[in-house]
Ligand binder design. Structure first.
Ligand code: GDP
Length: 631
């Protein structure tokens, strides 16, 4: 079902026109609400000559215009710009048209009403010419002009045909699988509870769905759904929708709230946007000017941070960052209008480029402006790549939420970017929502950081086997899961070596200098002489220092089995082989048997067996060791 909005100067005949077209006076609908569940407020339906049913949202007074217009904007397919033939173009005709233009409403009809009051054809031609000149520089430049009288019925048939024509070939509404309903009205009805109405965007709701009202964060459930007085089990994007919500009280939410599925949308107070100031805006906009922001059905106070300039003269455009006083729920590509708080006047408007900028930018930062320019005119691929870069390592689901592209478009571009090597899959297969992704540039940056950091560490600490994992992780500032993915991929690629506690460049090998090696010779001789009862760590450290001890272990000349106990690799292998063979032959082994066989002490035997336990080779039960079964 297509939805038409009305616009135009007060008293130019909008409501009367709708009543004449549909047989329903929009004001009567409003009174009905008090008595029964007539939920489509100010909403009348019309069956066109071709049989198509359309809905018309009437926008009554001046004040309500912007809110109503914006609240239904995602669902309004076309507009009737009503101009009374006897009065001609009037101030609100201009203001409403300016807003329609800013909102990029491209389909519409200019309706000259009350032609019975202006019977002079030349006068009518003049008014029509004025109207055409007015719309010429706007999105409604191609709108047909139709002359009608609601009183006599003249021209109404032509208007219906014109409506049929402009509504033909409208593409289906965007479906991102993430429904949101910006509430243009919130009320309660006895026996029903809270009802929220609006035009449904970006996805479908079904009865029983768990929902959340944002930014209030009130949880509820869809108890009933209506479109145009019809009860439905589920409802698709683009439809006028009334949701009966259980679990949320009317007093807890207000017009402007957005009903969504939990987790789909995050309220924000910082927005990056493109702003166009109207040519007749009442003032040049200064940095940090206070404005009213209208987007969706929300209306909040905000400050404008002008990026890259100090002031914006009427008629010009700029990138801005909006800092809102209350959180709003908006999406990339949403339109907005800025007005002065008082005296109320429309300043301009534009589109949201990023509802979740990473931070408040330095205003003169040229890379930021370049980024916003790319967001403005970039392709879906650019957009996706850029969003991933600004998110950092993230899941497919997080990326999709950020870019707001329909699933099919999103996967097609993502697959292509992965195939081109622009985006790297760190974990999972590309179709799963949990797949972890990283942008190539960021991968390269992180890789370089890791490799450089390790190279530096090895140079400073050549006797250490590697850098502690935790030290590297906190230096990179990555969460544990991301860090683990990063280093395991680097290890798989062969550039680093990953040990239980540390990370090293795969090219790094601990090597003592000749001098250090000479110093260590007497100790190594002792190790060879007393294979199974050699010096302890403290003894080596006392004689040679901690560095050389570490170097002896790191270079593989000694094998450390506990804090204090080390063996030569030959002694270690001999003990291990004997343990394996003995358990295999006799089923188990005690510590005393090992001690006695090698003529060592309990201290050495215990440390050695505990090491084998830790390595998952043996299994201890009381005094007895068996072999751990390999699964
Ligand atoms: P709105 O504020 O734009 O909705 O204007 P209304 O529909 O309330 O109309 C304002 C006044 O103009 C009312 O008194 C209507 O009766 C009158 N009016 C509306 N359309 C026509 C028309 O086609 N011919 C004449 N003569 N009067 C009209």
């Amino acid at each position: 079902m297509h939805i038409i909005g009305t616009a135009g100067h007060v008293d130019h005949g909008k409501s009367t026109l709708i009543a004449a077209l549909t047989g329903t006076h929009p004001d009567r609908l409003k009174e009905e609400i008090a008595r029964e569940m007539t939920i489509d407020l100010g909403f009348a339906d019309l069956t066109l000559p071709n049989g198509e049913q359309i809905g018309i949202i009437d926008v009554p007074g001046h004040r309500d215009f912007i809110g109503n217009m914006l609240s239904g904007i995602g669902g309004i397919d076309a507009v009737l710009l009503v101009i009374a033939a006897d009065e001609g173009v009037s101030p609100q005709t201009r203001e409403h048209l300016a807003i329609l233009d800013l909102l990029e409403i491209r389909r519409g009809i200019v309706v000259l009403t009350k032609i019975d009051l202006a019977p002079d054809p030349e006068w009518l031609d003049l008014v029509e010419m004025e109207a055409r000149e007015l719309v010429a520089p706007t999105t409604l430049a191609d709108a047909p002009v139709v002359r009608v009288s609601a009183r006599t019925g003249s021209g109404l048939a032509e208007l219906q045909v014109a409506l049929e024509r402009i509504l033909a070939d409208i593409p289906p509404k965007r479906d991102l699988g993430r429904p949101r309903l910006p509430a243009d009205r919130v009320f309660s009805l006895s026996g029903f509870g809270t009802v929220v109405t609006g035009t449904l965007l970006d996805g479908s709701f079904s009865v029983g769905d768990e929902v959340i009202c944002l930014p209030e964060e009130k949880h509820g459930r869809v108890r009933g759904l209506q479109n145009h007085k019809h009860k439905l089990q589920s409802i698709n994007p683009g439809y006028r929708t009334a949701i009966n919500i259980s679990g949320v009280d009317k007093s807890e939410i207000a017009r402007g709230t957005v009903v969504a599925h939990p987790g789909d949308y995050q309220p924000t107070t910082l927005l990056d946007a493109r702003l166009r100031l109207l040519p007749d805006a009442p003032l040049p906009l200064k940095h940090f000017h206070e404005v009213k922001l209208y987007s969706g059905a929300a209306e909040v106070s905000a400050r404008v941070r002008l990026l890259g300039r100090e002031a914006l003269p009427p008629g010009e455009t700029a990138f801005i960052q909006l800092r809102c006083e209350q959180p709003v729920v908006v999406e990339r590509g949403d339109h907005f209008i800025l007005r002065l708080p008082s005296p109320a006047a429309t300043l301009g408007g534009g589109i949201i480029l990023d509802p979740h900028p990473s931070r408040a930018y330095r205003r003169q930062d040229e890379t930021i402006i370049a980024r916003l320019q790319q967001l403005l005119d970039g392709s879906a691929s650019d957009l996706l790549a850029q969003a991933l870069e600004s998110l950092g390592i993230s899941t497919r689901a997080q990326l999709q939420t950020r870019v707001s592209l329909p699933e099919a478009t999103f996967s097609a571009h993502l697959d292509q970017l992965i195939a081109d090597g622009e985006i790297i899959v760190l974990q999972g297969d590309s179709a799963s929502t949990k797949t972890v992704l990283i942008h190539k540039r960021q991968w390269e940056k992180l890789t370089n950081e890791v490799l450089e950091k390790l190279a530096e560490f090895h140079q400073q600490q050549p006797l250490k086997p590697g850098l502690k994992r935790d030290v590297l992780r906190s230096w990179l500032g990555l969460p544990q899961t991301h860090f683990d993915l990063l280093v395991s991929r680097l290890a798989a690629e062969g550039s680093i070596r990953l040990e239980a506690a540390f990370v090293a460049l795969s090219t790094h090998h601990v090597r003592l200098t000749d001098q250090q090696q000479a110093l260590a010779t007497p100790i190594l001789e002792q190790f060879a002489a007393q294979l199974f009862a050699p010096p302890t760590a403290s003894e080596i450290e006392g004689a040679l220092g901690a560095d050389i001890l570490e170097g002896l272990v790191g270079s593989g000349q000694l094998k450390q089995v506990s804090d204090q106990i080390l063996f030569t690799p030959a002694a270690f292998d001999q003990m291990r082989d004997w343990v394996l063979e003995t358990i295999t032959n006799q089923g188990s082994l005690t510590l005393a048997q090992l001690r006695d066989h090698f003529g060592t002490s309990r201290k050495y035997a215990a440390a050695f067996l505990e090491y084998l336990d830790q390595q998952g080779i043996t299994l201890r039960k009381g005094d007895i060791r068996t072999l751990r079964r390999v699964k």
